[in-house]
Design a protein around this ligand. Structure first.
Ligand code: TXA
Ligand code: MG
Length: 319
């Protein structure tokens, strides 16, 4: 027995789980594939907590889980192929990566800054109950610390991530036990298999034709889409202050008063939550270069620095 068993709740825990999500807290959510580490996808701070709890080395895009196709269409743009896949496989263990919709509530951090979004309507009754009661998109990566096995029982979530989650809904052992299949349906491209998973290729290809692999030239992992993250201005990292023509992006209590600051208290979770938004704001100042104060590599700092380094790297077409 682990000491965290008090946070494991049955279906009667759904209202408390909804309250926890509304408060920006994390919840262990059973799905038919694996247990998810659930957070309000519209709340960047809650999403940042997911990355922190998992100790993910970079901000991989998260799947937004929704209650039904209508809710999914609010988040993403579905062409006929995507609609056909959804009609055949939702609710179920298929994740569709589609262009993000203008009406999406899922925040930029949940999408890791991409212009596409991963969406799934899970089948597990408790997941559906939670999503319906919550009423908004829920980010949920597998509820394991990065690099460890995905949990398929509520106790596993509680013992591995007990300190990070407010409660774990116990939906019994997961039926699929492996993650959802991820298929990208993007305009002008063949359907692509981004991750094999709980739905076999043979259940997808009759609907959308032969699946292409992940694009080699256009890598879908966020880290490789450097130019997407890059603001208009150039970046100078490890700056202590702005030089003429630069705007300062501060971090921590030593930043000059009045400068944009990712986190005045030096909290990397807060900084991660604000990163995209604050970068955009300082970029709008029109400065040629954004001088970024040093951010420690601890906590989410590693992921933040990874993103900043990519944004600072030389860009194609720019010398
Ligand atoms: O079965 C599952 O899918 C589980 C349960 C909890 O739903 N979730 C899960 O999430 O496996 P996670 O975060 O471990 O894996 C999601 C993967 C990311 O690593 C990323 O590769 C891909 O989904 N993904 C999400 N959004 C994407 C996007 N916009 N473009 C490309 N890949 C995306
Ligand atoms: Mg995972």
């Amino acid at each position: 027995m682990n000491t965290k068993s008090h946070i494991v709740r049955d279906a009667a825990g759904v209202p408390d789980a909804v309250t926890a999500l509304q408060n920006g807290e994390l919840v262990g959510m059973p799905t038919e594939t694996v247990y998810g580490l659930a957070a309000d996808a519209s709340n960047p701070e809650a999403v940042a907590r997911v990355f922190a709890a998992k100790r993910r080395p970079s901000f991989n895009p998260l799947i937004s889980h929704v209650a039904n196709l209508d809710a999914a269409i609010r988040e993403g743009e579905f062409d006929e192929r995507a609609k056909a896949l959804a009609a055949n496989h939702w609710p179920g263990p298929l994740t569709l990566v589609v262009p993000v919709a203008a009406t999406a509530r899922s925040c930029e951090l949940a999408r890791a800054g991409l212009t596409t979004i991963g969406l799934r309507v899970p089948q597990h009754p408790l997941a559906r109950e939670l999503l319906e009661a919550f009423g908004g998109p829920v980010s949920a990566p597998s509820a394991n610390p990065s690099g460890r096995l995905s949990p398929t029982r509520a106790e596993d979530v509680a013992s591995e991530l007990g300190d990070a989650v407010s409660l774990v809904l116990d939906g019994g052992p997961c039926k699929a036990g492996i993650e959802s299949t991820i298929v990208a349906i993007l305009p002008g491209e063949p359907a692509r298999l981004l991750r094999p998973g709980a739905v076999g290729r043979d259940a997808i290809e009759p609907i959308v034709g032969p699946l292409a692999g992940a694009a080699r030239d256009k890598v879908t992992a966020p880290g490789q889409l450097a130019s997407h993250y890059a603001p208009r201005a150039g970046l100078r990292l490890d700056a202590m202050k702005a030089r003429p023509g630069e705007v300062l992006l501060g971090f921590g209590p030593d930043a000059p008063a009045g400068a944009a600051n990712l986190s005045a208290s030096g909290d990397t979770v807060e900084a991660a939550a604000k990163l995209y938004q604050v970068l955009r704001k300082v970029d709008a100042s029109g400065a040629d270069t954004i001088a970024v104060m040093p951010i420690p590599d601890t906590g989410l700092g590693e992921a933040i620095n990874d993103r900043l380094r990519r944004a600072a790297a030389p860009r194609p077409g720019k010398s």
